[in-house]
Write a protein that binds this ligand. Structure first.
Ligand SMILES: Nc1nc2c(ncn2[C@@H]2O[C@H](COP(=O)(O)OP(=O)(O)OP(=O)(O)O)[C@@H](O)[C@H]2O)c(=O)[nH]1
Ligand SMILES: [Mg+2]
Length: 191
């Protein structure tokens, strides 16, 4: 794992990269751990735990070299993203999203167990305007019943139209295969 707070310390852009974005506490580190089946990314009930970009090399089982990189980005807090982007949201994130050449896919995490947040919509608008391919991951789906989840997903689709949304639970593993499929598609590995 490599931790960096400025572009000079990012790993060389030689592998395709998947960025995990979302508010503090939305479950970014938990999704990474769930996908990797390990506890590599630090999770915490205290929002704001991840303060730098943490890069994780991902190897397929039985293969000697890493094939892609997961980038765990700092959460942007509960305040409005517009303020966060210009203020507290670390200044290296926007350049990272705009300039990182190997960024294959952005995963925009939203907590589906709470009502849609302005800051989530602003993140998605930011990603749309940055023209980066992205997929929305609706985290903590285990906190809702089947009916509640369908309603919440419908509501989120209205608020954030035109985006692919994958319901996900780091607790139960729901959505894991679907998310891996999106990641493999994004890096051109659809075997
Ligand atoms: N029930 C449930 N809880 C979850 C899930 N994913 C994360 N959590 C909990 O949500 C809290 C925050 O999770 P993290 O993965 O640390 O969130 P983060 O987005 O990395 O947070 P920061 O690093 O602070 O930005 C922890 O208490 C997790 O246990 C989930 O799928 N279901
Ligand atoms: Mg984290």
């Amino acid at each position: 794992m490599l931790s960096a707070t400025d572009a000079a310390h990012f790993p060389p852009p030689s592998l395709p990269e998947i960025a995990f974005l979302g508010r503090s506490n939305v479950g970014k580190s938990s999704v990474i751990n769930s996908l990797l089946g390990s506890k590599m990314a630090k999770t915490s009930s205290t929002p704001g735990r991840t303060r730098s970009i943490n890069f994780f090399e991902v190897r397929w089982a039985g293969k000697p070299h890493p094939e892609l990189i997961f980038a765990d980005l700092p959460g942007y807090g509960y305040a409005k993203i517009s303020r966060e982007i210009s203020g507290q949201w670390p200044s290296f994130i926007e350049p990272y999203l705009n300039e990182r050449p190997c960024l294959a896919l952005c995963l925009a995490l939203i907590d589906i167990s709470v009502p849609p947040q302005d800051s989530d919509r602003q993140l998605l608008e930011f990603l749309q305007s940055s023209r980066r391919p992205f997929v929305t991951v609706a985290t903590k789906s285990d906190r809702l019943s089947g009916n509640q989840l369908s309603n919440a997903l419908r509501l989120s689709a209205q608020t954030l139209p035109g985006t692919t949304t994958i319901p996900f639970s780091a607790k139960t593993g729901a959505g894991k295969e679907q998310l891996w499929q999106q990641i493999r598609m994004a890096i051109g590995d659809i075997t």
